[in-house]
Design a protein around this ligand. Structure first.
Ligand code: COA
Length: 279
C-alpha cells in the first residue's frame, strides 16, 4: 500500500532519483523551489517509508499547475500514480474559482483524462546546440533592477501574476534573465537556468516571433556550451526559427485543463513555457 504524505526538503534526493530515472532535466533547485513555494501542496507516495511517487502543485492567483507526477519504474501500474494525482487534485478542485492545468506526457494523459482533464493545445520540447548567431543583435543579461519590468511583461503575456515564481527563479545560482529593449523599454525576456542535462530557456516572452532570434543570439553568447532546451507551443514561425538555429523537436506533450476553456499560462507573446512542470 502507498502512504501519501507531504514531500519535505529531506525528500529532494528521492525526488531527484525519480526525475532522473524518467530522463527529465530537473535539478535539485527545481524540487527545492516547489517545496518552498508550495510547502503543503507537494505530495509523496511512500512504500515502507521510501518515496516511490510524487505530485506537486503550484498556484498562480486563480490558476493551479500540476507537475512532477512521477512513479518509480519498479512501482508502476499499481495505481500509485492515480492515487497521488487524485489526492493532489482533491486539494484544489473544491475551490471552484480555481482553474487547473498541466502538461501531459503520453504516460500521464490517460490518468488525467480519467480525472476529467481535456486537451487544450500541443506543447513540444525542442533541444540542440545553438548555431552561433549575430552577437551584435542579441538580447543582453538583465540586471536585478529590471526584475519588476520582467514581472510586468510576464503578467501581460499570461494574464496572471507569476512574480513569486520568477523572483524565486532569478534568485537561484546560475540563473539569469536575458532581455530585449526598444527605446529603453523592456519588450521581451527569457530566463536561462541550469538543468540536469543542459540549461533550459523559459519562460520566453517576445512581442514578435523574430525577436526570439535576439534571445537565442544572447543565449549562445553567454553559454560556453550552448546546448539548450525550450518547451514551446508549436507554430510554423517559432519552430522555423528554432530549426534554423540548430534545434530539433525532442518530445510532444499536450497541455490539458480541468473543466475550463480558458487558455492557461499561454498567449500570443509566450514563446516558451517555464517547463512542463511549472507551465
Ligand atoms: C505516468 C505515471 C506517473 C503513471 O504512474 P502509475 O502508478 O504507473 O499509474 P497507475 O498505476 O495509476 O495507472 C494509471 C493508468 O495509466 C496506465 N498506465 C500507466 N503507465 C502507463 C504506460 N507507461 N503506458 C500506458 N499506460 C500506462 C495504467 O494502465 C492505468 O490505466 P487503467 O486505469 O486503465 O488501468 C508513470 O508511468 C510515470 O512516472 N511515468 C514517467 C513520468 C511521466 O511521464 N509522468 C507524467 C508526467 S505528465
Amino acid at each position: 500500500m502507498v502512504e501519501i504524505t507531504i514531500l519535505t526538503p529531506d525528500d529532494i534526493e528521492a525526488g531527484m532519483r525519480l526525475s532522473t530515472q524518467a530522463g527529465w532535466n530537473q535539478v535539485a533547485a527545481d524540487w527545492e523551489r516547489f517545496i518552498d513555494l508550495s510547502p503543503n501542496r507537494c505530495f509523496a507516495g511512500r512504500v515502507d517509508g521510501r518515496v516511490v511517487a510524487t505530485t506537486c502543485l503550484v498556484t498562480y492567483e486563480d490558476v493551479t499547475w500540476i507537475g512532477m507526477v512521477l512513479v518509480d519504474e519498479a512501482h508502476r501500474c499499481k495505481g500509485y500514480g492515480t492515487a497521488l494525482f487524485e489526492h493532489a487534485l482533491d486539494s484544489v478542485r473544491e475551490d471552484t474559482r480555481m482553474d487547473i492545468g498541466l502538461d501531459a506526457t503520453e504516460d500521464g494523459a490517460s490518468i488525467y483524462r480519467e480525472s476529467g482533464f481535456q486537451v487544450a493545445s500541443p506543447i513540444e520540447r525542442w533541444s540542440g546546440t545553438l548555431k552561433s548567431g549575430d552577437s551584435e543583435d542579441a538580447a543582453t543579461v538583465l540586471p536585478p533592477t529590471e526584475a519588476d519590468a520582467i514581472y510586468t511583461l510576464d503578467q501581460q503575456a499570461v494574464d496572471i501574476d507569476r512574480s513569486h515564481l520568477l523572483e524565486r527563479m532569478l534568485s537561484e545560482v546560475g540563473t539569469s534573465a536575458l532581455g530585449i529593449r526598444e527605446d529603453g523599454r523592456l519588450t521581451g525576456y527569457g530566463i536561462l537556468r541550469p538543468g540536469r542535462m543542459c540549461p533550459q530557456l523559459g519562460p520566453i516572452v517576445v512581442s514578435e516571433p523574430t525577436d526570439l532570434k535576439l534571445l537565442l543570439n544572447g543565449t549562445s553568447a553567454v553559454l560556453s556550451d550552448p546546448t539548450i532546451i525550450i518547451d514551446t507551443f508549436p507554430n510554423a514561425e517559432t519552430t522555423g526559427i528554432l530549426e534554423s538555429y540548430g534545434l530539433s523537436k525532442q518530445r510532444e506533450l499536450v497541455r490539458m485543463s480541468y473543466q475550463s476553456d480558458r487558455p492557461l499560462l499561454n498567449g500570443p507573446t509566450i514563446h516558451g513555457a517555464v517547463d512542463f512542470a511549472w507551465g
